[in-house]
Design a protein around this ligand. Structure first.
Ligand code: 5GP
Ligand code: MG
Ligand code: MG
Length: 198
């Protein structure tokens, strides 16, 4: 890559075993999701535009690309839920460590996640938003690992489930997803080399 200023030296890409989705494939899918959301939330003219709530930090790039392609004047906010201590093993029930700033009472909320794995995080956040008085909660996740689901969460009101790609049952990084807070800045999503966990 002639644009890589570190050409010839160690690169972040060297830590990746396989690329699952390229930046082009990610953007294509994000645009499809944004079109579907635009369509679904335009059809009812009486309801106010939705509040898009990203789950920090993992959803930050996905949310940025998603909202730029939603053709409605949505509000944007973040919530923080900690489910993993460090590494790749879930640390039990997540807890909300940073609350939403916006008032979501009476609003349609779209919760934006990088990945739904066991379903614990999304389930906890749906209850949280229900407690804040949201009219409906939809979930828009870039990746879904249905094989690993433990919690069969229920969306609030007439909320919908939007999902980009089904993810194989391996630990993935990039496009917001981390391993010990690293690799979030990869522009693609891939599988880390096993030796990077050690
Ligand atoms: P859940 O609560 O559904 O089990 O997990 C949700 C969270 O776990 C995600 O938001 C994400 O932060 C993390 N997670 C689950 N699977 C992966 C993965 O394959 N890679 C990374 N980087 N994080 C994951
Ligand atoms: Mg997440
Ligand atoms: Mg993480």
């Amino acid at each position: 890559n002639p644009w890589n200023p570190l050409m010839g030296t160690a690169s972040i890409d060297d830590d990746i075993l396989t690329v699952l989705w390229t930046p082009e494939q990610l953007l294509q899918k994000v645009c499809e999701l944004a079109s579907q959301i635009t369509y679904d939330f335009s059809s009812s003219p009486s309801s106010s535009p939705p509040v898009v709530v990203g789950v920090a930090t993992g959803a930050f790039l996905f949310l940025a690309d998603l909202v730029r392609n939603i053709r409605l004047p949505v509000a944007v906010d973040f919530v923080r839920a900690e489910s993993y201590g460090s590494g790749t093993i879930a640390a039990g029930a997540p807890k909300i460590s940073c609350e939403v700033k916006l008032d979501v009472a009476g609003k349609h909320v779209i919760l934006v996640e990088d990945i739904v794995d066991t379903g614990n995080t999304v389930s906890c956040l749906i209850s949280y938003l229900e407690g804040k008085g949201a009219t409906s909660v939809s979930v828009c996740t870039l990746l879904d690992k249905p094989a690993r689901r433990k919690v069969h969460f229920k969306l609030l009101g007439d909320g919908k489930f939007y999902s980009g790609f089904e993810c194989p049952d391996s630990f993935v990084v990039g496009y917001g997803l981390d391993f010990n807070e690293r690799y979030r800045n990869l522009p693609y999503i891939g599988v880390l080399k096993p030796e990077m966990y050690e």
